[in-house]
Every structure is written in C-alpha cells, then in structure tokens.
Design a protein around this ligand. Structure first.
Ligand SMILES: Cc1cc2nc3c(=O)[nH]c(=O)nc-3n(C[C@H](O)[C@H](O)[C@H](O)COP(=O)(O)O)c2cc1C
Length: 231
C-alpha cells in the first residue's frame, strides 16, 4: 500500500478544510491511502501571534480584521483538530509522497512550519526524502496577500530535501481560468480567508485540492512500484 502523508498547520481552519479535500483526492487512487498529521502550535503562548493580539483595541486596522472574532475562531479550531496526530519525522521518512499545507504569514510560511522543516533538515544528509513527490497548499487573507509567493518560496526547502515538486496544471484545473477572486495557481492549491477569516473555501478550490491530492497519489503509486530512485 502506498501512503501519502498530508502535513498541515492551521490556525483558523481554512487549511484544515483544504486538507480534507486533498485527502479525498488521494483516496480516489486505488492502492493509495493517506495519513493526516498536523504541525502543532508553539508551546510558548507568548509567541502565538493570535493570542498576543487579543488585548489590542478593535479600532483602526484592528476593526478591519475583527480581532476578537479571530481569537474565538482560533480557540475553536485548536479544539476541533486536537484529535489529529502530531506530525513526526518518522511520518516523513515512511511516506511515499508528502503534501504540505499551511497559511500565508507575511507572504511566506509560518514559523511553526519552518521550525518543523528545519528538524527535517536531518534528511538532507540521509537522503530519506529524496525522490518523493511533494506538493503544497496554502491560504491567504486576500488575493493580493502573497499566496503564490508562499507556494513558490516554500518549494525551496523541499528541493533541499530532494523531493520532486508536483504542481497544478491548467489542463486539469480550468477552474482558475476566471476573473473571479479565487485561489489556486500552477504552483499549488490556495484559498482566500478574507480579512476577517470569514470566507470559506469555495467549490472550485476544493475541487482543485482534491485533484492535487489525486495527482500526488498517482505519482507516488507509480514510484512505489517502479522505485526509480532506489540506490
Ligand atoms: C501572523 C499572520 C500573518 C499573516 N500574513 C498574511 C499575509 O502576508 N498575507 C495574507 O493574505 N494574509 C495573511 N494572514 C492571514 C492568514 O493568511 C489567514 O488567516 C490564513 O490564511 C487562514 O488560514 P487558517 O484558517 O488555516 O489558519 C496572516 C495571518 C497571521 C496570523
């Protein structure tokens, strides 16, 4: 059985929702199963950006971002995903394919995810992740907030680990040929959360997420049989 591991971090639930759609796509491929794991929040509450902001006044920019609601959403989502196993290095080592999901923070990956990837740096010397198909999904507050930049810059550490990047081609995903503000691009899946986080992933984004899951699953399965990178 081929296994695709979906590793995600989500503060407000958008990435968690996309993870489920990705998983559905993986499941469509016979002989492939998925494992969903999450990167945990930092232990030190003083470095959780969301909690730090909770005592700010809801005026000016704060009003636009509805900070109180964000803190409530954050607490609810943390509780909802408590039963998802915490990602371990062994999950990466045993995976036949790895799909990474996390929100866009300041136009790039959250520190929680970078910290996890830095631990995975050990595989640069062992080569354990080399040749594994990999793909990315993200969410951003707005269409101009850097979702494509996040996907592109997050590719760099994956290349250091020797993984093979799987994108989201136009022919399979005509949904993003639109003048509507929706996520996704040739670089991977994305959704837009809106400034107050109230926008939820739309059908087109979920469809493209499931297709990316299926695409990685097909490649992982083919590689499991062919073993093109066996040393
Ligand atoms: C610290 C921080 C930085 C953020 N930076 C950006 C950003 O650069 N661009 C953007 O569009 N949204 C930004 N956002 C909004 C998040 O991308 C949005 O809340 C996230 O995509 C929601 O995903 P989630 O529900 O899975 O946590 C930021 C949010 C936080 C907390």
């Amino acid at each position: 059985m081929t296994e695709v591991v979906i590793v995600y971090y989500s503060a407000f639930g958008h990435i968690a929702t996309l993870s489920e759609a990705i998983a559905k796509g993986v499941e469509r491929v016979e002989g492939v199963r998925y494992k969903l794991v999450r990167i945990p929040e930092f232990n030190d509450p003083s470095i959780r950006v969301v909690n730090q902001r909770s005592n700010q006044k809801e005026e000016g920019l704060g009003q636009h971002f509805k900070l109180t609601k964000r803190v409530e959403d954050y607490d609810r989502v943390q509780e909802e995903q408590a039963s998802i196993p915490i990602a371990a290095m062994e999950d990466l080592r045993l995976a036949d394919g790895i799909i990474w999901g996390f929100p866009t923070y300041l136009g790039s990956m959250p520190a929680q995810v970078k910290s996890f990837l830095d631990q995975a740096g050990q595989f640069c010397t062992t080569g354990d992740l080399e040749g594994k198909p990999t793909a990315l999904f993200t969410s951003a507050g707005s269409i101009h907030g850097g979702h494509e930049a996040t996907l592109l810059s997050s590719l760099v550490p994956l290349l250091h680990l020797g993984m093979l990047f799987v994108g989201l081609p136009y022919t399979e995903n005509p949904e993003y040929l639109t003048d509507q503000a929706i996520g996704c691009s040739p670089y991977g899946v994305s959704t837009l959360a809106g400034p107050d986080g109230s926008r939820i992933p739309v059908e087109e984004e979920l469809t493209m997420a499931s297709r990316l899951g299926e695409r990685v699953a097909r490649i992982a399965k083919a590689f499991t049989v062919a073993k093109p990178f066996d040393k």
